[in-house]
Design a protein around this ligand. Structure first.
Ligand code: GRF
Length: 218
C-alpha cells in the first residue's frame, strides 16, 4: 500500500547546536517529493544550525522559552512531522501529546543503553567506551515524556574499535546518523506518517522489507 502524499509533507527540525544532522536532512529532502524541511526551530540564538537553515532559505525561529508549549506549538506551525536534530531541551508534555508518533529524535548510541537525562554529546561516547561495549550506533526513536525512552524506529550499529577515543567514535557514529535520519524521515513520509509507531530494520544501503525501491531506482 502506498500512502505518499501528492506534495511533500512539511517537516520541522528542532536544533540546539551545529546542525550537521539538520544539514543531512536539508540535503536529502531538498528535491524529495515526499518531505521537505519547512522550518527550523532552535533553543539557542547562536546555534550554527540556524546559519545552515538560512543558507537553505528555510524560515527559522529561536524560542524565547523552550519550556513554553504554546510558543513551541506556534513555532512548529503546520509541520506534520517534527525532528529533534541535536535538540537538547525537553519537549513539553502537551506538545509531545499533540505530536504523538509525529515527533522523532536521533540519539548517538544504541538505545535503550546509553540514553536518558544528561546523556548527550561526548558523554554518550565516553560511557560507551567505559562500558567496554564492542558495538555502538545510532538510534532514531519516537519522543515520549521520558528522555530517550520512546519506541525505537530504527537503529544502525557501528563497531567500537580498540583504539577509539570519544571523538573518533563520535565521528564514526555521526556519519551513520547523517544517513539514518533522512532515511527514516523519508520512509515515515512515504508511509504518510502513520498514526501508530513503526519499526524499521536497516539493511544497507536501504530499508529491509519496508520499500521496494532500492538506491539508484527512480
Ligand atoms: C548528534 O550526535 C545527535 O545524535 C545528538 O547531538 C548531536 C548533534 O549534532 N542528538 P548536530 O548538531 O546535528 O551536528
Amino acid at each position: 500500500m502506498t500512502t505518499a502524499s501528492a506534495s511533500p509533507i512539511p517537516v520541522a527540525a528542532l536544533v540546539s547546536g551545529g546542525g550537521t544532522n539538520l544539514q543531512s536532512l536539508l540535503d536529502a529532502l531538498r528535491e524529495s517529493p515526499l518531505a521537505r524541511i519547512v522550518r527550523v526551530v532552535s533553543s539557542q540564538a547562536g546555534a550554527g544550525a540556524l546559519e545552515r537553515a538560512r543558507r537553505a532559505d528555510v524560515p527559522t525561529t529561536v524560542l524565547r522559552n523552550p519550556a513554553d508549549p504554546d510558543e513551541l506549538m506556534a513555532a512548529l506551525d503546520d509541520a506534520r512531522l517534527a525532528v529533534l536534530a541535536g535538540y537538547l531541551k525537553r519537549v513539553p508534555a502537551s506538545v509531545v501529546a499533540r505530536f504523538r508518533w509525529r515527533l522523532i529524535n536521533i540519539h548517538p548510541a544504541l538505545l535503550p543503553g546509553f540514553g536518558g537525562r544528561g546523556m548527550y554529546g561526548r558523554r554518550v561516547h565516553e560511557a560507551v567506551l567505559a562500558s567496554g561495549a564492542r558495538v555502538s550506533g545510532a538510534t532514531v526513536h519516537y519522543v515520549d515524556e521520558e528522555f530517550d525512552r520512546g519506541p525505537i524506529i530504527a537503529q544502525w550499529p557501528v563497531p567500537v574499535l580498540a583504539h577509539d577515543t570519544p571523538d573518533s567514535l563520535a565521528a564514526r557514529v555521526l556519519e551513520v546518523e547523517h544517513q539514518l535520519l533522512p532515511m527514516v524521515v523519508l520512509e515515515l513520509a512515504r508511509r504518510g506518517v502513520p498514526p501508530e509507531p513503526v519499526k524499521l530494520s536497516v539493511k544497507e544501503p536501504d530499508f529491509d522489507e519496508t520499500t521496494t525501491r532500492r538506491k539508484g531506482d527512480a
